[in-house]
Design a protein. Sequence first.
Length: 867
Amino acid sequence: MTVRKKMHKSKKKWVVVSVVTTALAIGAQGMEVSAKAEETSGNETSAAKQLEAPASQTQTAAAETSSAANSTENATVPSQTEGVKDNQSAGQTVPTEQAAAQTEKTENSSNVKAPSQTEAETTNKTTHQAASPVSENTTKTTANSSENTGKTTLKNASTEITGKSVSDSSSKGSNETQTSKPATPSGKDDKVTESTYNPKTGLTESAYQIAQEAGLDISKLTAVQKQALNRMKMNQESQSGTQMTYKQFQDIADVLVKQDPRYAIPYFKADAIRNMPAATTRDAQTGQVADLDVWDSWPVQDVKTGEVVNWNGYQLVVAMMGVPNTNDNHIYLLYNKYGDNDLKHWKNAGSIFGYNQNALTQQWSGSATVNDDGTLQLYYTKVDTSDNNSNNQKLASATLKLSFDDENVHIDSVENDKVLTPNGGDGYYYQSYKQWRSTYTGADNIAMRDPHVIEDDKGDRYLVFEASTGSQNYQGEDQIYNWKNYGGDAAYNVKSLFRFLEDSDMYERASISNAAIGILKLTGDVKSPEVAEYYTPLISSPMVSDEIERPNVVKLGDKYYLFAASRLNHGSNNDAWHHANDIVGDNVVMLGYVSDKLTGGYKPLNNNGAVLTASVPADWRTATYSYYAVPVAGSKDKVLITAYMTNRNEVAGKGKNSTWAPSFLLQILPDNTTKVLAKMTQQGDWIWDESSETQDTVGTLDTAHLPGENDGYIDWNVIGGYGLKPHTPDSGQDQNPTDNKKQDNIITINYNFNFSGSSVLTKQDIKDFIKWLAPYLTGDVNNNNNNNNLNVKDNTVTININYNVANKSQDETKSKKDISQEKKESKLNTIDSNHAQKASVNPLLAPFALGLTLVSGWFGFKKFKKD
């Protein structure tokens, strides 16, 4: 079909985003810019500070912590008085009412907040160090960790470090940081036993064993690293289904970077891709005809076989559509003659829920089947965004009555529209909206969406959906200290743990990551179903990922295959997905699992779950996402992969809307491995048959992009999401991290802004700007024309500044207090571009500083002079 080439783009910058500095506090959440920036400026600290404590306090604090030994776990596990056991396993269920009653205590569960700097400053600075990278001798032992099977010979520890967890404290919307007592050794039954803790090594018996198996030089471990090892729990089993481990996530990212042709998405011919004609239609919100983006789509399928239904000679597809660059997310019914492969022949029956819709109530992805009387049963996600622009997601169902003639299909009525999960999750197996909202700080994702309906051989109907784990295995800081979450050998696991201690953003991401693929059973009339019971998640990823979406289950032969899409940048391993962005330019994947039964026991395909991986940059015309596998009639080992092409909001250029991608075949082999086949279709082909295959859309790396796209520049601010609050990197996190092997820590600051009109920027402007910025940085600015440059592209101005953070003393930098005061005096509100939506601004550049200020809902530059 085509010869695949690896893409080596390490010298190109794929992102233009945040300002990285430890002295300049910049942070914003959507439109709440100025308040958030000033509220958080005094509370920032590294994850390592949470563990730091004087050695002299280690033993004396033991008695203090014995009473707190049940901190985080007990805060998140429901009461057992209802008969729910601690050892819930896959497939065990709790009735809906009972599960809901067991979740009262989870409201205050786990949202990680760094302790105040006041506590950190009281530590003995002369005897303690902050968390540091693993020593060079240590990292050598992990060179072959990627080839390790993930098994270790470590015995279950009888002891663990317990301390007062931040999740003990009330976290209902409070901005106050909570302090953590130093971790101290404890023995069985949470009683301190000196025999398990060796004051000479500073490690418990289990921590010492970990260090030995990881090949660590104990004499070189910092106090923070030792305490982290002491906190590690060795025997805490996962209670939430098959678990995606941190090592598997790393392996998935590695497969993506390697561009293995068995998994890499085929190249498509960019100049053959067209907007979908049926997407030029009446918009659900405005009522006006517009050119809409079309993204998450699903066919009307047989509820048992999953094959596309022939509905009175038509094939029917439901799709999310909306006006580009607008918070417009609603679902439409599309149709074409059954078996017709021509994109131009698809027609639009209109918005399923009518017109005069608004952004407050939206409809997201789901599934659909045909009832015995010919009506459609739609399962979808109803989203309420009225709560501060958050996304309160609920599974819902509705019955569609249609009529048709020789040329058209019409929506006559929508009946039985009802919410199935009014609280979001049930709280125990799946996080409820109330649980999430009580600890939400701006980065944590909530999910209860994308219901996929399937009926088993007994005639029972189930919904498989995206969710977040509930109190059965809740998110929280303790997940970082659960050995089972890592999945590698001792060297890999310890290296990963220490990496969390180095990076506060990764630490926070790991603490809030709890993505799950859930399952529930329906009961009652198929047109007006109710939830009968919830089950333990099929897949979960505590500490690893916060989003695994659009699940669907395909039964081939006697096996159930579960597929789902994911963006790796919703995971906690920043290094892995940064590397994918640098090399390939995107981090999207399709995951796959297999089981002998529908309700549990899933194992990852290809050993790590990677089935499809991105092959082109995210802003190319041929970038794809939202993969959906459709069975091929008569085949027991093949599925047709459908997707949308071109990321939303015209990221590939004006007028290049999201559209249906060409489909292609995926083969599943008897050994539970997969491979992409060189079989492609026209755009929007949902039924593979003898007329499907074409060469018209087949591309190569050289033809997969339009002129000007292969420039190494990606604006990640406009990639992905529904226009709501996304999970975004911390404002202190560079999306192109520097090479940790280098002695100098060179960081690139990227300021970018959009403008209308014309303006002249000179090199002197940039030099003056750097001169103003330098006092705020903890390093030396390389003020030369080669490293600090200006780029203007498509009305976007980008200023790149490099500086070395290792060569400047703290005395030479301005304090956060000084910065905050200057912000107030100048009325400057600095906005991290990760959080900023599209900004249309007027360029007012002075030879001093640039700032973004919020004025009547639009962002404009404000000129000011530093005192």
